[in-house]
Design a protein around this ligand. Structure first.
Ligand code: SAM
Length: 409
């Protein structure tokens, strides 16, 4: 019914309705409602979609979006954002922006005006640029790293994905060593082996992922850590450990150590040798109590009966078959009634899933022939693992990762 009545509305009616929603969300924001800003973004987007004609929408998608992504990647190489912020953010000409890399001012003009048209930079006059809030963010290496990683690791795979899928008769990719990533990059093996052979890209990954997460709720904000992990903690040997399986360079454990000082057990970071090497070079483990351990999660879990085995953005890297192996290895080490597996990953809504979750789902397909999962898919996966069940799912805000608590049956 709603669909039918929407169909009968004129564009004018739809714009008026969307505009009223923007005004209403705008007043809630003004009145200090903590959720209103996210609602305002959603209603403002809706207003934009209703205001555009379908052809304008099409052109935005096929012309503007790819151009924005590519221009941003080139702008990072050209140090345009950083240079724009130099000298107290004074206005810069194309020649001044070009001087940082001795690039052609004509090329810089084309890139800078594109960035300005996409609001990554402000254009004060013809060929004269000043930074805005996004420019200032992108001038910082840890944020620019997001542009570098997402472009360098994923875009080859995105651009070849239609051809790859045609070549498979449009089957859902399931093989993490023979999928869109391998097809596009002529690479034999998992994207992780490609990344370990491209340490700068892998470093960009660990840097940007951590930085962006500081802007989103942490798992410790949604899961009752004190009740579930601190209370009843056994302090002897492996039982005291919180193990971060596939934990990157250790930021989760460092943040945990700062946020929950009451947790006096061991903090163990398990990762591939190359990543443990990077964590060691960053002095993780020296200045705090994090233990570093090389461990391949496809082999038996060496820490037995730990308090918890934490995995953030690990299972979304793998199709179900590999997830069952990873979970099975942890299950064999768990002490029933004491240990838990804590999975920090997206839980997609069945309808109108958040754009962050949907985009990550496509990134996972492009990189690892894997996927983000709905609640039903998480239940199906965990129930397909011998002896495990979901004890609870904790979430905070739209588009963020949830915390899935898994225990022995
Ligand atoms: C998406 S990252 C998540 C890293 C970290 N948990 C975080 O949230 O920042 C997945 C991690 O899994 C690690 N990994 C991949 N294969 C692995 C394996 N076989 N054994 C252990 N770790 C592995 C990668 O090195 C990578 O750091």
């Amino acid at each position: 019914m709603e669909h039918l009545s929407k169909e009968n509305e004129t564009q004018h009616d739809r714009i008026s309705r969307a505009l009223s929603q923007v005004v209403s969300d705008g007043s809630s924001f003004k009145n200090g409602d903590p959720d209103a800003r996210q609602k305002l973004i959603a209603s403002a987007r809706e207003l934009l979609y209703e205001s555009e004609s379908p052809v304008e929408s099409l052109l935005w998608n096929i012309w503007a979006l790819p151009t924005r992504t590519i221009a941003a990647r080139i702008a990072v190489d050209l140090k345009i954002f950083k240079t724009a912020c130099g000298n107290n953010s004074s206005p810069k000409t194309n020649e001044q922006l070009a001087a940082a890399t001795s690039a052609s001012p004509t090329l810089v003009k084309r890139v800078a005006r594109t960035c300005a048209s996409m609001k990554m930079l402000d254009e004060q006059g013809p060929g004269l640029y000043v930074p805005n809030a996004l420019t200032r963010l992108l001038a910082q290496p840890e944020y620019a790293a997001g542009i570098i990683f997402c472009f360098d690791a994923t875009h080859n795979s995105f651009s070849q994905m239609p051809a790859y899928l045609r070549s498979t008769g449009f089957q859902n990719p399931k093989d993490p060593t023979n999928g869109p990533f391998q097809y596009a990059n002529k690479h034999d093996g998992h994207a992780f082996t490609w990344l370990t052979a491209h340490p700068e890209t892998f470093q960009a990954f660990h840097g940007y992922v951590h930085t962006l997460r500081t802007h989103r709720p942490s798992w410790t904000d949604m899961y009752p850590v004190k009740e579930r992990l601190v209370a009843g903690l056994k302090l002897e040997g492996d039982s005291s450990a919180l193990v971060d399986v596939g934990g990157g360079v250790g930021q989760v454990l460092q943040d945990f150590n700062n946020a929950i000082p009451e947790y006096t057990g061991r903090l163990v970071l398990q990762e591939l040798g190359e990543v443990i090497g990077a964590a060691t070079a960053m002095d993780v483990g020296k200045s705090n109590r994090i233990e570093l351990q090389v461990h391949d999660f496809f082999t038996p879990q060496p820490i037995k009966g730990a308090r918890a085995y934490f995995m953030r953005s690990v299972l979304h890297d793998w199709p179900d078959e590999q997830c069952r192996k990873i979970l099975g290895n942890v299950k064999d080490a768990m002490e029933p009634g004491y240990s838990s597996i804590l999975i920090s990953d997206c839980v997609l809504a069945d309808k109108n899933a958040a754009w962050q979750h949907i985009s990550l789902d496509f990134h996972m397909m492009a990189l690892a022939s894997s996927q983000e999962r709905t609640e039903a898919e998480w239940y199906a996966l965990i129930e397909s693992c011998d002896g495990l069940k979901i004890a609870g799912i904790y979430s905070k805000g739209q588009g963020n990762e949830s915390l899935i608590e898994v225990v022995c049956k």
